[in-house]
Ligand binder design. Structure first.
Ligand SMILES: Nc1ncnc2c1ncn2[C@@H]1O[C@H](COP(=O)(O)OP(=O)(O)OP(=O)(O)O)[C@@H](O)[C@H]1O
Ligand SMILES: [Mg+2]
Length: 277
Protein backbone atom coordinates (compact mmCIF):
# COMPACT_ATOMS: atom_id res chain seq x y z
CA UNK A 1 0.00 0.00 0.00
CA UNK A 2 1.15 3.49 -0.73
CA UNK A 3 0.36 6.34 1.66
CA UNK A 4 -1.05 9.20 -0.43
CA UNK A 5 -2.57 11.55 2.13
CA UNK A 6 -2.61 12.22 5.86
CA UNK A 7 -5.55 14.14 7.29
CA UNK A 8 -6.03 15.34 10.85
CA UNK A 9 -7.50 12.01 11.84
CA UNK A 10 -7.21 9.55 8.91
CA UNK A 11 -4.53 8.21 6.57
CA UNK A 12 -5.31 7.43 2.95
CA UNK A 13 -3.53 4.67 1.03
CA UNK A 14 -3.82 3.37 -2.53
CA UNK A 15 -3.76 -0.37 -3.05
CA UNK A 16 -4.45 -2.41 -6.22
CA UNK A 17 -6.16 0.61 -7.74
CA UNK A 18 -8.46 1.04 -4.72
CA UNK A 19 -8.32 3.50 -1.88
CA UNK A 20 -7.91 2.34 1.71
CA UNK A 21 -9.05 4.85 4.34
CA UNK A 22 -7.52 4.19 7.74
CA UNK A 23 -8.91 5.96 10.79
CA UNK A 24 -6.59 6.64 13.70
CA UNK A 25 -7.54 7.09 17.36
CA UNK A 26 -6.59 10.75 17.17
CA UNK A 27 -9.20 13.22 18.31
CA UNK A 28 -9.29 16.79 17.15
CA UNK A 29 -10.89 19.59 19.14
CA UNK A 30 -11.11 23.16 17.93
CA UNK A 31 -9.37 21.88 14.78
CA UNK A 32 -6.29 20.79 16.74
CA UNK A 33 -5.39 17.11 16.88
CA UNK A 34 -4.54 16.23 20.51
CA UNK A 35 -1.42 14.18 21.38
CA UNK A 36 -3.29 11.50 23.41
CA UNK A 37 -5.31 8.93 21.44
CA UNK A 38 -8.77 7.73 22.44
CA UNK A 39 -8.47 3.92 22.23
CA UNK A 40 -10.82 2.35 19.64
CA UNK A 41 -12.12 5.67 18.35
CA UNK A 42 -10.87 4.90 14.82
CA UNK A 43 -12.55 1.51 14.82
CA UNK A 44 -15.75 2.86 16.34
CA UNK A 45 -16.11 5.59 13.73
CA UNK A 46 -15.07 3.36 10.83
CA UNK A 47 -17.63 0.75 11.83
CA UNK A 48 -20.34 3.30 12.45
CA UNK A 49 -19.75 4.79 9.00
CA UNK A 50 -19.76 1.31 7.43
CA UNK A 51 -23.01 0.52 9.19
CA UNK A 52 -24.62 3.67 7.79
CA UNK A 53 -23.34 3.00 4.25
CA UNK A 54 -24.94 -0.42 4.40
CA UNK A 55 -28.19 0.80 5.90
CA UNK A 56 -28.55 3.68 3.42
CA UNK A 57 -27.39 1.79 0.31
CA UNK A 58 -30.89 1.99 -1.17
CA UNK A 59 -30.68 5.81 -1.30
CA UNK A 60 -27.45 6.11 -3.31
CA UNK A 61 -24.54 3.90 -4.47
CA UNK A 62 -21.49 4.20 -2.20
CA UNK A 63 -17.76 3.65 -2.47
CA UNK A 64 -17.37 0.81 0.04
CA UNK A 65 -15.76 -2.37 -1.33
CA UNK A 66 -14.77 -4.16 1.87
CA UNK A 67 -14.07 -3.63 5.54
CA UNK A 68 -12.26 -6.97 5.85
CA UNK A 69 -9.98 -7.01 2.79
CA UNK A 70 -7.47 -4.66 4.43
CA UNK A 71 -4.02 -5.23 5.95
CA UNK A 72 -4.10 -6.97 9.34
CA UNK A 73 -2.51 -4.08 11.18
CA UNK A 74 -5.43 -1.81 10.18
CA UNK A 75 -8.25 -4.32 10.50
CA UNK A 76 -11.35 -2.88 12.14
CA UNK A 77 -10.46 0.72 11.47
CA UNK A 78 -9.97 0.63 7.71
CA UNK A 79 -12.23 0.52 4.71
CA UNK A 80 -11.33 -0.44 1.15
CA UNK A 81 -13.20 1.76 -1.30
CA UNK A 82 -13.54 2.52 -4.98
CA UNK A 83 -11.25 5.30 -5.98
CA UNK A 84 -13.54 7.99 -7.38
CA UNK A 85 -13.15 11.17 -9.34
CA UNK A 86 -14.15 13.42 -6.44
CA UNK A 87 -16.52 16.35 -6.80
CA UNK A 88 -14.90 19.38 -5.21
CA UNK A 89 -17.85 20.31 -3.03
CA UNK A 90 -18.43 19.65 0.66
CA UNK A 91 -22.11 18.73 0.69
CA UNK A 92 -23.26 20.08 4.02
CA UNK A 93 -26.80 19.49 5.17
CA UNK A 94 -28.20 21.32 8.16
CA UNK A 95 -31.30 20.36 10.10
CA UNK A 96 -30.48 22.71 12.97
CA UNK A 97 -28.82 26.10 13.20
CA UNK A 98 -25.26 25.91 14.55
CA UNK A 99 -21.62 26.59 13.85
CA UNK A 100 -20.77 28.59 10.74
CA UNK A 101 -24.40 28.30 9.60
CA UNK A 102 -25.51 30.22 12.68
CA UNK A 103 -22.87 32.90 12.09
CA UNK A 104 -23.89 33.36 8.44
CA UNK A 105 -27.57 33.50 9.40
CA UNK A 106 -26.93 36.13 12.07
CA UNK A 107 -25.00 38.25 9.58
CA UNK A 108 -27.16 37.83 6.47
CA UNK A 109 -30.40 35.96 7.26
CA UNK A 110 -29.28 33.21 4.90
CA UNK A 111 -26.85 30.28 4.81
CA UNK A 112 -25.00 29.58 1.53
CA UNK A 113 -27.71 31.53 -0.28
CA UNK A 114 -30.62 29.70 1.37
CA UNK A 115 -32.94 32.30 2.95
CA UNK A 116 -34.22 31.34 6.39
CA UNK A 117 -37.16 32.70 8.44
CA UNK A 118 -36.51 35.64 10.79
CA UNK A 119 -36.07 35.16 14.51
CA UNK A 120 -34.29 31.81 14.62
CA UNK A 121 -31.94 31.29 17.56
CA UNK A 122 -28.88 29.10 18.07
CA UNK A 123 -29.64 25.36 17.82
CA UNK A 124 -33.19 25.91 16.52
CA UNK A 125 -34.57 23.19 14.32
CA UNK A 126 -34.96 24.43 10.74
CA UNK A 127 -38.34 24.15 8.99
CA UNK A 128 -36.69 21.78 6.47
CA UNK A 129 -33.13 20.44 6.18
CA UNK A 130 -31.11 22.73 3.91
CA UNK A 131 -28.19 22.12 1.56
CA UNK A 132 -25.35 24.56 2.33
CA UNK A 133 -22.34 23.55 0.25
CA UNK A 134 -18.80 24.82 0.67
CA UNK A 135 -15.68 24.58 -1.41
CA UNK A 136 -13.31 21.76 -0.54
CA UNK A 137 -10.11 23.70 0.05
CA UNK A 138 -6.88 21.70 0.12
CA UNK A 139 -5.41 24.47 2.24
CA UNK A 140 -7.09 26.98 4.52
CA UNK A 141 -10.80 27.19 5.21
CA UNK A 142 -13.70 25.92 3.15
CA UNK A 143 -15.77 28.82 1.84
CA UNK A 144 -19.57 28.79 1.59
CA UNK A 145 -20.88 28.62 -1.97
CA UNK A 146 -24.42 28.80 -3.31
CA UNK A 147 -26.39 26.16 -5.14
CA UNK A 148 -25.89 28.19 -8.34
CA UNK A 149 -22.13 27.95 -7.85
CA UNK A 150 -22.49 24.16 -7.73
CA UNK A 151 -24.56 24.30 -10.93
CA UNK A 152 -21.76 26.27 -12.57
CA UNK A 153 -19.26 23.58 -11.52
CA UNK A 154 -21.07 20.36 -12.47
CA UNK A 155 -24.23 21.33 -14.36
CA UNK A 156 -27.83 21.62 -13.26
CA UNK A 157 -28.82 17.95 -13.33
CA UNK A 158 -25.87 16.77 -11.28
CA UNK A 159 -26.12 19.71 -8.88
CA UNK A 160 -29.76 18.86 -8.22
CA UNK A 161 -28.90 15.22 -7.73
CA UNK A 162 -26.09 16.16 -5.34
CA UNK A 163 -28.39 18.38 -3.31
CA UNK A 164 -31.40 16.06 -3.26
CA UNK A 165 -29.31 12.98 -2.45
CA UNK A 166 -27.47 14.78 0.35
CA UNK A 167 -30.73 15.90 1.90
CA UNK A 168 -32.27 12.45 1.59
CA UNK A 169 -29.29 10.68 3.18
CA UNK A 170 -29.36 13.23 6.01
CA UNK A 171 -33.12 12.84 6.50
CA UNK A 172 -32.90 9.09 6.71
CA UNK A 173 -29.90 9.18 9.02
CA UNK A 174 -31.31 11.88 11.27
CA UNK A 175 -34.63 10.10 11.56
CA UNK A 176 -32.96 6.90 12.70
CA UNK A 177 -30.59 8.68 15.10
CA UNK A 178 -33.52 10.62 16.60
CA UNK A 179 -35.24 7.33 17.39
CA UNK A 180 -32.14 6.50 19.46
CA UNK A 181 -32.00 9.81 21.31
CA UNK A 182 -29.36 11.48 19.14
CA UNK A 183 -29.87 14.67 17.15
CA UNK A 184 -27.73 14.96 14.02
CA UNK A 185 -27.69 18.74 13.83
CA UNK A 186 -25.73 18.90 10.60
CA UNK A 187 -23.42 16.75 8.55
CA UNK A 188 -21.06 16.74 5.60
CA UNK A 189 -21.01 14.36 2.64
CA UNK A 190 -18.58 13.96 -0.23
CA UNK A 191 -19.40 12.45 -3.60
CA UNK A 192 -17.43 11.37 -6.61
CA UNK A 193 -17.95 9.78 -10.01
CA UNK A 194 -17.36 6.10 -10.53
CA UNK A 195 -15.50 5.01 -13.71
CA UNK A 196 -18.86 4.59 -15.47
CA UNK A 197 -19.94 8.09 -14.38
CA UNK A 198 -22.25 7.04 -11.54
CA UNK A 199 -22.51 9.63 -8.78
CA UNK A 200 -21.30 7.79 -5.68
CA UNK A 201 -21.30 8.61 -1.96
CA UNK A 202 -17.75 8.61 -0.56
CA UNK A 203 -15.56 9.43 2.44
CA UNK A 204 -17.14 8.67 5.85
CA UNK A 205 -20.77 9.32 6.65
CA UNK A 206 -22.77 10.30 9.71
CA UNK A 207 -19.99 9.99 12.25
CA UNK A 208 -19.21 12.54 14.92
CA UNK A 209 -16.13 13.60 12.94
CA UNK A 210 -18.31 14.60 9.97
CA UNK A 211 -21.41 15.69 11.90
CA UNK A 212 -22.69 17.42 15.01
CA UNK A 213 -24.27 14.86 17.37
CA UNK A 214 -26.30 16.24 20.27
CA UNK A 215 -28.02 14.36 23.08
CA UNK A 216 -31.73 14.84 22.29
CA UNK A 217 -32.78 14.92 25.94
CA UNK A 218 -30.59 17.96 26.58
CA UNK A 219 -31.50 19.90 23.46
CA UNK A 220 -32.47 23.47 24.28
CA UNK A 221 -32.41 26.17 21.59
CA UNK A 222 -30.98 29.56 22.51
CA UNK A 223 -27.65 28.31 23.83
CA UNK A 224 -24.68 26.25 22.62
CA UNK A 225 -25.37 22.48 22.67
CA UNK A 226 -23.02 19.83 23.97
CA UNK A 227 -21.46 17.38 21.55
CA UNK A 228 -22.55 13.86 22.46
CA UNK A 229 -19.12 12.28 22.49
CA UNK A 230 -16.29 14.81 22.21
CA UNK A 231 -17.62 17.08 24.93
CA UNK A 232 -15.57 15.60 27.75
CA UNK A 233 -12.33 16.31 25.92
CA UNK A 234 -13.51 19.71 24.78
CA UNK A 235 -14.66 20.87 28.20
CA UNK A 236 -11.58 19.48 29.86
CA UNK A 237 -9.23 21.09 27.30
CA UNK A 238 -10.80 24.49 27.90
CA UNK A 239 -10.62 24.00 31.68
CA UNK A 240 -6.83 23.62 31.45
CA UNK A 241 -6.57 27.18 30.15
CA UNK A 242 -5.32 25.91 26.78
CA UNK A 243 -5.52 28.67 24.15
CA UNK A 244 -6.85 26.37 21.38
CA UNK A 245 -3.70 26.67 19.30
CA UNK A 246 -1.28 23.78 18.62
CA UNK A 247 0.12 21.86 20.33
CA UNK A 248 -2.88 20.55 22.25
CA UNK A 249 -2.53 19.26 25.82
CA UNK A 250 -2.08 15.59 26.86
CA UNK A 251 -5.40 14.11 27.97
CA UNK A 252 -5.53 12.50 31.45
CA UNK A 253 -6.68 8.86 31.81
CA UNK A 254 -10.07 9.50 33.34
CA UNK A 255 -11.02 11.89 30.54
CA UNK A 256 -9.76 9.41 27.93
CA UNK A 257 -11.89 6.67 29.50
CA UNK A 258 -15.05 8.80 29.76
CA UNK A 259 -14.66 9.99 26.18
CA UNK A 260 -14.11 6.47 24.85
CA UNK A 261 -17.24 5.36 26.67
CA UNK A 262 -19.26 8.07 24.93
CA UNK A 263 -18.02 7.00 21.49
CA UNK A 264 -19.08 3.46 22.39
CA UNK A 265 -22.43 4.74 23.61
CA UNK A 266 -23.09 6.53 20.30
CA UNK A 267 -22.07 3.44 18.30
CA UNK A 268 -24.28 1.14 20.36
CA UNK A 269 -27.28 3.43 20.36
CA UNK A 270 -27.22 4.04 16.63
CA UNK A 271 -26.37 0.54 15.42
CA UNK A 272 -28.18 -1.39 18.16
CA UNK A 273 -25.09 -3.61 18.36
CA UNK A 274 -22.88 -4.05 21.37
CA UNK A 275 -19.30 -2.99 20.97
CA UNK A 276 -16.77 -5.80 21.11
CA UNK A 277 -13.25 -5.41 19.98
N1 LIG B 1 -13.78 7.06 -2.71
C1 LIG B 1 -12.89 8.06 -2.71
N2 LIG B 1 -12.14 8.33 -3.80
C2 LIG B 1 -11.22 9.32 -3.81
N3 LIG B 1 -11.00 10.14 -2.74
C3 LIG B 1 -11.73 9.92 -1.63
C4 LIG B 1 -12.72 8.90 -1.54
N4 LIG B 1 -13.28 8.94 -0.32
C5 LIG B 1 -12.68 9.96 0.34
N5 LIG B 1 -11.76 10.56 -0.43
C6 LIG B 1 -10.85 11.66 -0.08
O1 LIG B 1 -9.92 11.14 0.85
C7 LIG B 1 -9.46 12.19 1.69
C8 LIG B 1 -9.58 11.76 3.13
O2 LIG B 1 -8.81 12.62 3.84
P1 LIG B 1 -9.17 13.12 5.30
O3 LIG B 1 -10.64 13.43 5.39
O4 LIG B 1 -8.62 12.14 6.23
O5 LIG B 1 -8.33 14.43 5.42
P2 LIG B 1 -8.65 15.89 4.90
O6 LIG B 1 -10.04 15.94 4.31
O7 LIG B 1 -7.53 16.32 4.03
O8 LIG B 1 -8.56 16.74 6.18
P3 LIG B 1 -9.48 16.67 7.49
O9 LIG B 1 -8.65 15.93 8.47
O10 LIG B 1 -9.72 18.09 7.84
O11 LIG B 1 -10.75 15.93 7.11
C9 LIG B 1 -10.30 13.41 1.39
O12 LIG B 1 -9.58 14.25 0.53
C10 LIG B 1 -11.50 12.82 0.65
O13 LIG B 1 -12.08 13.73 -0.25
MG1 LIG C 1 -11.81 15.16 5.26
Amino acid sequence: MELVHTGKVRDVYTDRGDLVLVASDRVSVYDVSLPTPIPDKGALLTQLSAWWFDRLADVVPNHVLSTTDVPDEFRGRAVRCKRLDMIGVECIVRGYLSGSGLKDYQRTGAVSGVELPDGLVEADKLPEPIFTPTTKASEGHDEPITFDDVVAMIGKDDAERLRDTSIEVYRRGAEHAASRGIIIADTKFEFGYDTDGTMTLADEILTSDSSRFWPADQWQPGRPQHSFDKQFVRDWSVSTGWDKTPPGPEIPDDIVRATRQRYIDVYERITGRSWER
